[in-house]
Design a protein around this ligand. Structure first.
Ligand SMILES: Cc1cc2nc3c(=O)[nH]c(=O)nc-3n(C[C@H](O)[C@H](O)[C@H](O)COP(=O)(O)OP(=O)(O)OC[C@H]3O[C@@H](n4cnc5c(N)ncnc54)[C@H](O)[C@@H]3O)c2cc1C
Ligand SMILES: *[C@@H]1O[C@H](CO)[C@@H](O)[C@H](O)[C@H]1NC(C)=O
Ligand SMILES: *[C@@H]1O[C@H](CO)[C@@H](O)[C@H](O)[C@H]1NC(C)=O
Ligand SMILES: *[C@@H]1O[C@H](CO)[C@@H](O)[C@H](O)[C@H]1NC(C)=O
Ligand SMILES: *[C@@H]1O[C@H](CO)[C@@H](O)[C@H](O)[C@H]1NC(C)=O
Length: 573
């Protein structure tokens, strides 16, 4: 063995640098483990622990582990190979909990071309679903834009693409049936397998479950015949965005909008189905999801750190323009034939356009990683994402525009992360799914490595967050966001009570719950953590100055447009 090890380690080194790190790490034979997300850290900067992790490959093995956990009253959580959710859903309670990883539940079980269905194990990635479906001439019509998600994780948090058409853009709306393994009593051998179809009311709980009901083992998706799409990006000024936003989603099946408030631009994605014989072999390889050399990532991050340190708002705004122009010039990574962009419309097969994520692919030639890989100095950010009902979306947009008028440079920071992505989501039958047709606003922004360091124009983005979440009742994306976004969240769901009832029935001992998940569900106090600097991290809404950073000039003040907001504003500048 020893004569092999230099080669062995070299191989490991290259592979480890290029593919994302496993979020579950153990000290020996799957015991004494730590669990994080793909960013290496949770919103409260904690890393979680687990006594042991299990890697089932079949449903029967899941049943055994769940039964064992149930008999031993062990806290347990489902984790995935990538752990792409930001909040602490994957953390088992305490230090002695167990993890059930879906890493090897990664097989497509059955494709029925006639019935247009696909049965998969819950750990398969979106990329696998897309590719395998396409091979059979089929397509999942609406999906997230990033293919590194597992189907179980997608359902866990209600992940979506963008569409108001058909059953809408949430993947769980296209689930025909699933099986879920829950804890049980001695009469069931301590675990139970439930098969839920569209006829079962409980499917509405299980298809957006937050991982709280048990382990989903298999999922059957409804597909469509593979089709082609035609994409054109139209860049306009944003003066009438409020009027356009709701209607645009009705006009085009795959519509979305990228909004750059500081630059007063809105990029409308005119995207529709076209006949299958339309010529075109377009490919979307979204640039922000491509790998970058670590030196380049470090350079970008250092620049950002310095701009923050010296409060260089103009520098940030200049960089925002350069970054945006660069992305637009490269059409965000869209090409007419896989190598070159020659003009709109870009026509291609759905499977080549619906999602991307080339940074996940192994690249042994250089030290390349996804831009947010925590092993290198690269992107480190907060993400705030919420959906605003179409009925009030115009008012929300206009309030944000008032804020832009007052403090235009306050928006440059988010434009360095490609502005605000606006995507259409449709009302869902899931208890914790969208309640109304809505637009999901996705905002990414700088986060300091030091929890006590405020951001430039901290107050402006905090005000947008509070406008969306509180004034307009925005529903936070379950897989993104900081703690503040989940404050009182269950009051926004008319069927929250039904979800809790199913949770009590499926997991009466609360083995799949943790203190944090109970706090989000409103079953326990303590989601808001009041301490020095808490508002900087979104752990609280400031109510006193030391929740901000008074020694650095940031004090707790009312919002500029939404007076009820409380934000960390930099004074005397
Ligand atoms: C680069 C990037 C792009 C993204 N793009 C989009 C997008 O376009 N649209 C969108 O809506 N979201 C998007 N997201 C968010 C993402 O969809 C969600 O965070 C998703 O939940 C992550 O899936 P995952 O497989 O990594 O699951 P995890 O984050 O590992 O798990 C999420 C939850 O699901 C539970 N879970 C997972 N598998 C099972 C199972 N088999 N049984 C029971 N519970 C389970 C977990 O316990 C956890 O509670 C993006 C995230 C990233 C990092
Ligand atoms: C795990 O490994 C340790 C030594 O590293 C060993 O003593 C122990 O028996 C192993 N446990 C199991 C369950 O294999
Ligand atoms: C924005 O476009 C509209 C027409 O689409 C035009 O009337 C208006 O003057 C433009 N505003 C700016 C600031 O260019
Ligand atoms: C596509 O096929 C239809 C009939 O199925 C035909 O009428 C049409 O002309 C074809 N279009 C192209 C671009 O070949
Ligand atoms: C794509 O189109 C460009 C320009 O027309 C051409 O030079 C290139 O060879 C094409 N690539 C492929 C893979 O067809």
């Amino acid at each position: 063995m020893s004569h092999l090890s230099p080669f062995f380690f070299m191989l490991c080194f290259y592979v480890a640098v290029s593919t994302p790190e496993d979020p579950i790490k153990c000290s020996s034979n799957n015991t004494h483990c730590t669990v994080t997300n793909s960013y290496g850290i949770f919103p409260d900067r904690s890393i979680c622990e687990a006594e042991q992790v299990f890697y089932p490959r079949e449903e029967e093995e899941i049943v055994k582990v769940v039964a064992w956990a149930s008999q031993n009253k062990k806290k347990v959580k489902v984790g995935t190979r990538f752990s792409h959710s930001i909040p602490k859903w994957v953390c088992p309670e305490g230090q002695n909990g167990w993890m059930i990883s879906t890493k090897y539940l990664n097989r497509v079980l059955e494709i029925d071309a006639e019935k247009r269905t696909m049965k998969v194990q819950s750990g398969v990635t979106l990329k696998q679903v897309i590719n395998e479906a396409a091979k059979a001439g089929l397509a999942l019509p609406y999906t997230p834009y990033w293919w590194g998600l597992t189907i179980g994780g997608i359902m866990g948090t209600g992940a979506h693409g963008s569409s108001l058409w058909g059953k809408g853009s949430s993947v769980h709306q296209h689930v025909l049936h699933l099986t879920i393994v829950t804890p049980s009593g001695p009469h069931d051998g301590y675990a139970k397998v439930h098969t839920l179809t569209e006829q079962h009311e409980y499917l509405n709980a299980a298809k957006v479950s937050l991982g709280l009901l048990g382990v989903i083992s298999q999922i059957t998706l409804k597909l469509e015949p593979l089709f082609k799409r035609s994409i054109t990006y139209l860049t306009k000024n944003d003066s009438d965005l409020g009027d356009q936003a709701a209607a645009f989603g009705q006009q085009h099946e795959f519509a979305d909008i990228i909004w750059y408030p500081y630059q007063h631009k809105a990029v409308y994605r005119v995207d529709d189905r076209v006949p299958i014989n339309t010529s075109g072999t377009g490919v979307y390889d979204f640039i922000p999801f491509r790998s970058l050399p670590s030196q380049e990532l470090a350079f970008i991050r250092t620049t950002e750190d310095v701009q923050e340190l010296i409060s260089d708002a103009d520098g940030k705004c200049l960089f925002a323009k350069i970054a945006t122009n660069n992305l637009m010039a490269k059409v965000y990574g869209l090409t007419n034939n896989g190598t070159m962009f020659t003009g709109f419309p870009v026509v291609g097969f759905h499977n080549d356009l619906q999602a991307s994520g080339s940074c996940l692919d192994i690249d042994t030639s250089a030290k390349m990683t996804c831009p947010w890989d925590s092993r290198v100095k690269g992107e480190f950010f907060h993400q705030t994402a919420f959906s605003i009902d179409l009925s009030v979306v115009k008012n929300f947009i206009e309030d944000v525009q008032k804020l832009v008028e007052l403090e235009p440079k306050g928006f440059c920071g988010i434009e360095n992360y490609n502005g605000i992505l606006m995507r259409y989501v449709k009302a869902s039958s899931a208890y914790l799914g969208k309640q109304e047709d809505a637009i999901d606003f996705d905002i990414t922004y700088y986060r300091s490595k030091d929890p006590m360091t405020p951001r430039l124009y901290e107050d402006i983005i905090e005000e947008v967050e509070q406008l969306g979440i509180f004034k307009y009742g925005g529903k936070p994306h379950w897989g993104k966001n900081r703690n503040v976004a989940f404050e009182g969240v269950m009051n926004k769901y008319k069927n929250a009570g039904k979800f809790l009832k199913v949770k009590d029935e499926y997991d009466s001992q609360g083995l799949f719950s943790s203190e944090w998940t109970d706090q989000v569900l409103g079953l326990k106090q303590g989601l808001t953590i009041s301490k020095e600097g808490c508002a900087l991290e979104g752990l609280c809404i400031c109510s006193q100055d030391n929740h901000c950073a008074p020694s650095k000039g940031y004090f707790c003040r009312p919002g500029k447009v939404y007076k009820e907001a409380r934000v960390c504003a930099r004074l005397g500048s």
